[in-house]
Design a protein around this ligand. Structure first.
Ligand SMILES: NC(=O)c1ccc[n+]([C@@H]2O[C@H](COP(=O)([O-])OP(=O)(O)OC[C@H]3O[C@@H](n4cnc5c(N)ncnc54)[C@H](O)[C@@H]3O)[C@@H](O)[C@H]2O)c1
Length: 315
């Protein structure tokens, strides 16, 4: 049996990862400070003989004897990470350093959840891992983007200098059950609006595109990367869905699947509406044999089924 530490384990992605690890027979230590995560995300695992939940902030060191560390702790949506930007960058830098120090000490394999935000406002489309990005170091998103870039640097240096067995995944937009209801992202916005009887707000004409990966597909990629031992296993790997949808297509699909006749209203494009970002997944496909499998329709159905009772409970 493998002992696995999941930091940020009570969050959206972390809780799905905990589910998968428990299902395959691992012992899971789930660590979270519950800033954006919630006990309810892992409530069904509490009491399981192979599951342990610890309230801890990774800015402080901790010692646990484990074989693998998945470092997911970090608020992920702009409204959350901009709430306390200094805390966000501390989580990425001090927190990652603490978790790498732990991995070094107990000789655990280490996995860092990085992000497509390391590519910033890219001038290369789609983005391969070899692209170094175009990131503003002093903007309001920098606490997240630069924090994650530095966390990658720390991983590579702990690997090169201390032999820590590291993996880095660059995650592109992911959606699914247990997303925070008010994280301000487009999928949760549309689903929340549709379920609470409000018109769906599309910015501009709605022709701008985004790509979305379903959470279970992503977690499958995490596990494949963690198991991968090829010569470039320490290099970053993009995981995301290269398929694109327009915002209008997404809003129309959410309307259909929630069974609402609410209107779609258009509002002016915000000045900082991010330009398109799209993963080049050639490396991941070749090394891990990974591709997204879940169709947007199917993933949205599961997301809506999870949101519905949560939205109703708030009424
Ligand atoms: N969801 C996405 O589309 C996406 C995209 C790119 C990268 N990521 C990365 O994946 C990871 C998980 O994201 P998510 O979408 O599940 O977000 P989330 O906010 O649901 O999960 C993050 C978890 O980390 C916890 N946390 C935050 N700071 C902490 C700290 N200092 N100590 C301990 N726990 C702390 C939160 O309470 C939460 O449970 C993050 O590192 C994020 O940057 C996510």
């Amino acid at each position: 049996m493998r002992r696995v530490l999941v930091t940020g384990g009570a969050g959206f992605l972390g809780s799905h990862l905990c589910d998968r690890l428990i299902a395959r027979g691992d012992e899971v230590v789930c660590l979270d400070n519950f800033f954006t995560g919630a006990k309810t995300n892992v409530g069904h695992l509490v009491g399981h003989p192979r599951f342990e939940l610890i309230r801890h902030d990774i800015i402080e060191p901790i010692l646990v004897e484990v074989d693998w560390v998945f470092n997911l702790a970090c608020p992920a949506s702009p409204i959350h990470y901009q709430y306390n930007p200094i805390k966000t960058i501390k989580t990425s830098i001090l927190g990652t350093m603490n978790m790498l120090g732990l991995a070094k000490r107990v000789k655990a394999r280490f996995f860092q959840a990085s992000t497509s935000e390391v590519y910033g406002d890219p001038v290369v489309h789609p983005q391969p891992e070899s692209y170094w990005g175009n990131v503003n170091p002093i903007g309001i998103r920098s606490c997240y983007d630069e924090g994650k870039r530095c966390a990658e640097t720390l991983c590579m240096d702990y690997h090169r200098s201390n032999g820590v067995d590291t993996r880095i995944v660059r995650i592109f937009n992911t959606y699914g059950p247990r997303m925070a209801l008010r994280d301000g992202r487009v999928v949760s916005n549309f689903v929340m609006q549709a379920l609470s009887g409000k018109p769906l707000t599309v910015y501009g004409e709605g022709n701008q595109t985004r790509s979305f990966c379903y959470c279970d597909d992503l977690v499958e990629g995490f596990l494949r990367l963690m198991e991968y031992e090829g010569p470039d296993c320490h290099e970053p790997h993009n995981i995301g869905n290269p398929g694109e949808f327009t915002m209008l297509e997404l809003a129309t699909l959410v309307k259909e699947l929630t069974g609402t006749s609410l209107p779609i209203v258009h509002e002016p494009l915000p000045a900082d509406d991010p330009k398109q970002r799209q993963p080049d997944i050639a490396r991941t496909r070749k090394n891990l044999g990974w591709e997204p499998k879940t169709a947007l329709r199917e993933g949205l159905q599961k997301t809506i089924a999870d949101f519905r009772p949560r939205v109703e409970a708030e009424r």
